[in-house]
Design a protein around this ligand. Structure first.
Ligand code: GCU
Length: 561
């Protein structure tokens, strides 16, 4: 018994993924926009408002893109680093934000959006020089700063470490978090985090919680994987790598278009393969901003942008746009609003890589309803490539009903393997729904039709010829374990050029489907539709509505609810 318990314990330790933060936030990956990629070092109140307004007018807010995250450079520096307020916290640059942060956050909230803000670890040198008081305490900056060491900071620099053994250090971070909460901050990115700043991350986590305001806590950037369980315990997301921006634009410090390049996006494939086990509700691997919105000028072709979005969706990464929302192109807006891609991102499952061979990659994930999502990529920059998997590599045995998730088109029933020939940078994203039940037409109840076998390519022993009669039908008794909407695929051929419409009736529902010419009686095509099934037996009848009769019908595939 002891041995059994011990073995169970070992199994539990192996099977239970790292614990997520229990702050109750970001149960799904955050979606929105961040100022860094496009606005870069020059954010202003007006620019941020314009982006927030565009998030609404573009319809992106309705799709779930709700965060408006103000990144670095809202602060002011002098020769000694950050200018601070009377309690030693970074002072907001009033030339850039004349109305202050609260007014900006209010504007964003009034639009039904959420406001994100930015900080880095430590305390500013100017706070220590002025020995500012720690709000609500009798402590001062000099009591809590460790002036022997500075922190990473990309902008004004001069951030001293805090001495967390002194109670005033936590009180200082609390006062800063309280100020942010009073302004209406909903998301805080703490940048410059590494293995040496765990105490700062812990202090900020505590500080955000004690505000009582839900504030999504995001760590940045290039977090070491050795401490992955720590980042997961303390925060809702963590950047796994350096910036996705190429810093190769014509503006100062490489700003402006292009924002990125394919090398910066495709480097996220290896990172996602390593970090995959750490993603889950409440804690996400953040692969950095999504550079989609402004067409090719972002530095990616349309194929590469679709691969970019596919990979972020498969990895369940936050979807934080980096682009200029005031100049969205219709092609890119279509990508960002694709409900099927968003659903793959928001399913909260991080995909695993199952093929990594030259330029070819295949990733898979299984959603809670049993669907398998499979992404194929040609990551190369020249030449087409054929990328293939078997269903057993994906993790199930066939057949499966396949839907192309970028187009939404049904690809019918695929028995055991799938392959896609892809242009350089191109992706294919499919949903494979297994447990397809096939009902051969020749085994169904047939009214005024014949079973024939004179046109090749059919499945089973034959197909049904509707004999050019109005009202001839094929009826299959379809069994479902549970009630719900089922996807049906009817395989047919129509060797004429005239449509042969039929009604499909099941459980009192009737729909009319067109069955246009397929080119030849030996050319079989799929017609896919959704019908409600009851638990148990369901009579599904396909009835010809014109005197030409129906098309030749091979089978009905049912993908159960
Ligand atoms: C041809 C064809 C049949 C088909 C029929 C039709 O006779 O060979 O398979 O059923 O046309 O018009 O329906």
């Amino acid at each position: 018994m002891r041995a059994v318990l011990a073995a169970l314990l070992v199994l539990c330790v192996i099977a239970v993924p790292a614990e997520a933060s229990d702050n109750g936030l970001s149960i799904r990956p955050a979606m929105g926009w961040s100022s860094w990629s496009f606005i870069r070092r020059w954010p202003t109140e007006d620019k941020i408002k314009a982006q927030a307004d565009a998030l609404v007018s573009s319809g992106l807010r309705e799709k779930g893109y709700v965060y408006v995250n103000l990144d670095d450079f809202y602060q002011k520096c002098d020769a000694n680093g950050f200018v601070v307020d009377s309690y030693g916290r970074w002072a907001v640059d009033s030339a850039k934000f004349p109305s202050g942060i609260k007014v900006l956050a209010d504007h964003i909230h009034d639009k039904g959006l959420k406001f994100g803000f930015y900080v880095t670890p430590g305390i500013a040198k100017n706070a220590v020089t002025a020995n500012t008081p720690v709000e609500g305490t009798s402590y001062h900056a000099k009591d809590i700063a460790d002036t022997s060491q500075t922190h990473k900071n990309y902008n004004c620099k001069n951030m001293y470490r805090l001495n967390f053994s002194h109670p005033g250090a936590q009180a200082f971070i609390n006062s800063w978090a309280n100020q942010m909460a009073s302004w209406g901050v909903d998301y805080l990115k703490i940048d410059g985090v590494d293995a040496s700043t765990i105490a700062d991350v812990e202090a900020w986590d505590k500080a955000l919680r004690q505000t009582g305001r839900p504030i999504n806590f995001a760590l940045s950037n290039n977090l070491p994987i050795a401490q992955a369980t720590t980042w997961k315990r303390l925060a809702n997301s963590w950047r796994t790598q350096g910036d996705v921006e190429c810093y190769c634009g014509p503006g100062p410090n490489g700003s402006g278009f292009p924002l990125t390049d394919w090398a910066h996006v495709s480097s996220r494939f290896n990172s996602a393969a390593q970090w995959q086990p750490y993603a889950g509700p409440g804690g996400w691997n953040d692969y950095d901003s999504l550079q989609i919105g402004n067409g090719d000028q972002v530095g990616l072709t349309a194929d590469q942008r679709r691969s970019h979005m596919t990979h972020w969706a498969m990895a369940a990464s936050p979807l934080l746009l980096g682009t200029d929302l005031t100049a969205l192109t219709s092609v890119d807006l279509g990508m960002l609003k694709n409900d099927r891609l968003i659903a793959v991102n928001q399913d909260g499952v991080a995909a695993q890589r199952i093929v990594n061979s030259g330029v070819n990659q295949v990733w898979r994930k299984r959603e809670s309803n049993g669907d398998h999502i499979v992404a194929f990529y040609n990551t190369g920059t020249s030449g087409n490539s054929t990328v293939s998997v078997t269903w057993s590599q994906v993790g199930f045995s066939g057949p499966a009903a396949v839907t192309n998730l970028w187009s939404g088109a049904s690809e019918g029933t695929v028995s055991s393997s799938y392959s896609a020939t892809l242009r350089p940078g191109e992706t294919r994203l499919i949903r494979a729904r297994p447990n397809v039940q096939r009902y051969e037409a020749e085994n169904a109840t047939i009214s005024q039709g014949t079973v024939d076998s004179n046109h090749a390519g059919f499945s089973g022993t034959g197909f049904v010829n509707y004999t050019n009669v109005t009202g001839s039908y094929v009826e299959s008794t379809v069994t479902a374990a549970t009630a719900g909407d089922a996807t049906l695929t009817l395989r047919y051929a129509n060797g004429t050029t005239v449509n042969r419409p039929m009604t499909i009736t099941v459980n009192g529902t009737t729909l009319t489907r067109d069955f246009p010419g397929t080119g030849a009686w030996t050319t079989w095509a799929n017609s896919t539709f959704t019908v409600p099934l009851a638990a148990g037996a369901n009579a599904v009848r396909a009835t010809a509505t014109t005197e030409n009769g129906g098309p030749n019908v091979d089978y009905l595939d049912v993908s159960p609810p």
